[in-house]
Design a protein around this ligand. Structure first.
Ligand SMILES: [Ca+2]
Length: 307
């Protein structure tokens, strides 16, 4: 039996049970050049075609899996691109394998104008070369980018890039937070909020949209240091957008995310906060039942005041 790795690592597991022993096995290994692909689990890095910048071989088929931290995206940028026209191609898929939706396909010398950005925290990349002549190949850099698609069944958190350190300038992140069925509402409750203050929040801001797409209705735009009230979605998703401009940053934000089956109520993991009946100060709707769970740190009590 012969096994080849796709990357430069291989793990072998040997397990025995309680009874009956055999002679065992004897194995050898050898490093071979020209292997390609592999699994990359890092906040940034570089990948390139086999033998780069020397020409790759004909009929090469390599796959890479790139994985970054949870609740982030993978951003991949080609910095050199030279494949032979038509029959050598690169495909990028939105997840861990080529069964996921395809984000890009490019062949020959058609270098992509924009970086490839995954919706979740993984990207699958495949390079195939044809049977004829070969060119220099490609080189690409990847990094962890802010934002992502979060499917939540219970409890999650989202925070600004580099939190609890100050966020970087020139950020534009959006997280689409979707409740996993049968749950169909999302509640955000902020536990930390500190953004550059500006009139109409034109500089740095957090925006919350009621829905999973960019043109969903706006629930609010926030900046400064006033903690936004908890927000529960009317739809089954919320989009959280964070934008920072080119100067002045601050500590950023941290929010908990919970999914529920009720359009009102929710679970708040906060030392203090405000909540109200649905639609307040307007009349609440008929036939609703809301449950709020408020959780503070162990050893603390809670005091509730109706104003
Ligand atoms: Ca700023």
């Amino acid at each position: 039996m012969q096994v080849s790795s796709t990357g430069n690592e291989l793990a072998i597991r040997f397990k025995t049970d309680l009874s009956i022993n055999g002679r065992g096995f004897n194995a050898s290994w050898q490093a071979v050049t020209g292997g390609c692909g592999g699994i990359f689990q890092a906040p940034s890095g570089e990948i390139h075609s086999p033998n780069y910048p020397s020409p790759y071989r004909s009929n090469t088929d390599c796959s890479w899996v790139i994985r970054v931290d949870k609740n982030h995206r993978v951003l991949l940028n080609f910095t050199d691109f030279d494949l032979e026209p038509q029959d050598s191609c690169i495909m990028a898929y939105d997840g861990l394998s080529s069964t996921m939706s395809r984000l890009a396909r490019t062949c020959g010398r058609e270098q992509l104008a924009n970086p490839i950005v995954s919706s979740g925290n993984s990207l699958f990349l495949r390079f195939q070369s044809g049977p004829s002549r070969q060119n220099r190949g490609f080189r690409a850099q990847f990094r962890q980018a802010c934002g992502g698609h979060i499917l939540t069944s219970s409890f999650d958190t989202v925070s600004s890039p580099r939190f609890p350190a100050n966020y970087p300038n020139n950020q534009n992140c959006s997280w689409i937070i979707q409740a996993q069925p049968p749950l169909n509402h999302i509640t955000l409750s902020f536990t930390h909020f500190e953004l550059e203050r500006s009139t109409t929040c034109a500089r740095d801001f957090v925006e919350i949209l009621d829905g999973g797409h960019e043109d969903a209705p706006l629930r609010g735009r926030y900046c400064g240091t006033d903690m936004p009230h908890p927000i529960t979605s009317f739809s089954s998703a919320l989009t959280l957008r964070f934008v920072s401009d080119s100067s002045m940053s601050a500590g950023g934000f941290h929010t908990t995310v919970t999914a529920s089956v009720s359009a009102c109520g929710g679970t708040f993991y906060m030392a203090e906060g405000i909540f109200n009946s649905p639609g307040y100060p307007d009349v609440y709707p008929p036939n609703v039942e809301c449950v709020w769970n408020i959780v503070s740190s162990p050893g603390n009590g809670l005091q509730l005041s109706f104003m």
